[in-house]
Design a protein around this ligand. Structure first.
Ligand code: GLU
Length: 511
């Protein structure tokens, strides 16, 4: 078999969202699984919407994810250039060929004229198909219009037929070419249309497999017709499932579709996100979902992709129908949409525990340094800090979680942070709860969070307290605060002796 060559071909008109990144990933993984090559091509023929800024964001996002091109705009390669606006002369050659064979023709219809016809079809409730007005212009008519300076596009002539797409994921899908009509392959600005450039580039770049979102399935018959007209052989097509939210509706800009870089900023590891995205529409045969150290690329197969929508469960879109744009929100608001039980959280926890400690520290460091107080601790004794990270990591979901634990662990003295906190300790029954807890700890050798949780429960029983009446006095007596980290976890990190010291000093303060 010839080499497997896949590609990701983003249009640079925004950021790289999860859907696009998943498409890139499937192409990348499939190429790696087959020992093939993965190409990164930039499709910037829509002059109005494409920007270099967006190209950079998309390519930077892919780099962060570790989805590396073997060839591409940044990498170079033997089939370049890899940016479509740098390939205009190549498309021209094929256009001349199609025109000379009578398979394409210039169309002088103005956009007003076309829009009018389109709205008429809409009113009648029929699909809009170009009526072929310019199809039979004579050579003289064409020349006269050109001489008069009329602008024109080039249309591809579509004859009635059935176009069959044999798709690895979607199966066999048939299209009626009469409903496609003659379509534009070169716009009046001289730039090729997407459906045209994509075919020429896939051919010239020797792409063997086209893996992309199912939204492009309806474009495929157009592309197949051009492949045939130019005498190119077809690539294998695999149109992968749609991504939906927990409300089972397609993600959209105002309903949680967001840049992959948001996950980086929230403290997710690129490996965790990549593993999560791989499972959006693909499922490994042995059902093992955590696949570090190249495991994904070893197992990935497009033949095991499902055509049912894949559920992106990071946001709880089923909670409300309100709009939310993660990139334009305050953190506190955003947190309300984040699902604490998402598969991404589960996978991220696994990766945080999986890394070698120095590597985890390297990744966590920028997050730790965001808080001056933690930065100072790093400065004081970095080795101790790394060691501490090693004990906390078991309780971390994201890299952001380390800072607050570290601050709490390294706190030199503890005192009630406010009058309100202080008053918790003088409430009726509070002193009994705290001393019962102290007694429990002193009489045991607790180590793990479960041990401490057990002792808290026992103290509650002894003092006849539960719920807030139990937790709040213990929280204030050990941290001085009324809100914060999970106590059993914190206690296991502090250890019995520190805990006893803290409680005794706080209680002495309150008198
Ligand atoms: N530029 C197209 C897009 O961003 C690529 C589609 C394709 O993969 O053919 O949707």
């Amino acid at each position: 078999m010839s080499e497997v060559r896949t590609r990701f071909a983003p249009s640079p008109s925004g950021f790289l969202h999860v859907g696009g990144a998943r498409t890139a990933l499937f192409n990348y993984l499939y190429a790696k699984a087959c020992g093939g090559s993965f190409v990164l091509r930039v499709e910037d023929t829509d002059q109005e919407r494409s920007t270099r800024e967006s190209e950079d964001i998309i390519l930077d996002s892919l780099e962060w994810l570790g989805i590396k091109g073997d060839e591409g705009v940044r990498e170079g390669g033997q089939y370049g250039p890899y940016r479509q606006s740098d390939r205009l002369d190549r498309y021209q050659k094929y256009t001349d060929d199609l025109l000379s064979k009578g398979l394409a023709y210039p169309c002088f219809c103005t956009s007003e004229e076309l829009e009018q016809k389109q709205s008429r079809s809409k009113m009648l409730g029929v699909p809009h198909v170009y009526d072929g007005k310019c199809r039979n212009l004579s050579a003289e008519e064409v020349q006269a219009k050109k001489d008069a300076g009329e602008s024109y596009a080039i249309r591809f002539q579509v004859d009635p037929s059935e176009v069959v797409v044999d798709d690895v994921v979607q199966g066999r899908v048939k299209f009626d070419a009469r409903l496609i009509g003659d379509f534009i392959i070169v716009k009046s600005d001289g730039f090729p249309s997407y459906n045209y450039a994509v075919v020429i580039d896939d051919h010239e770049m020797k792409i063997s497999h086209v893996i992309r979102g199912v939204g492009h399935l309806s474009n495929t018959p157009r592309q197949i017709l051009i492949h045939h007209a130019l005498g190119f052989s077809l690539p294998v097509y695999a149109h992968i499932s749609e991504i939906v939210g927990t409300d089972r509706k397609k993600l959209s800009k105002r309903r949680g579709a967001t840049s992959v870089l948001l996950f980086r900023d929230l403290g997710y590891l690129s490996d965790g996100l990549v593993n999560y995205m791989a499972l959006l529409g693909w499922y490994p045969e042995d059902a093992v979902e955590f696949l570090p150290d190249g495991g994904l690329a070893k197992k990935f197969d497009i033949a095991r992709c499902s055509k049912s929508p894949a559920m992106f469960d990071f946001f709880e879109t089923d909670k409300s129908e309100a709009e939310f744009e993660p990139l334009n929100m305050e953190r506190e608001e955003l947190n309300k949409w984040i699902n604490p039980k998402s598969k991404l959280n589960w996978l991220n926890q696994k990766y945080i525990r999986h890394y070698e400690l120095p590597e985890l520290y390297r990744l966590a460091r920028p997050f730790l340094e965001k808080d001056e107080r933690v930065a100072a601790l790093i400065h004081e004794d970095e080795e101790l800090l790394v060691k501490t990270l090693g004990s906390i990591r078991e309780y971390m979901t994201t890299l952001e979680d380390a800072g607050p634990y570290i601050l709490e662990i390294f706190r030199k003295s503890v005192e009630p942070e406010s009058e309100e906190a202080k008053s918790v300790l003088t409430e009726e029954g509070a002193a009994e709860v705290v001393s019962a807890f102290l007694e429990e700890i002193k009489g045991a050798s607790p180590e793990h969070p479960e041990d401490f949780a057990g002792l808290m429960k026992a103290a509650g029983k002894k003092a006849g307290a539960k719920g807030r009446g139990l937790f709040m006095p213990i929280r204030v007596a050990t941290t001085g605060k009324m809100h914060g980290l999970e106590l059993p976890i914190l206690f296991s990190l502090l250890g019995k002796d520190t805990l006893i010291k803290r409680i005794e000093s706080v209680m002495a303060m309150v008198g």
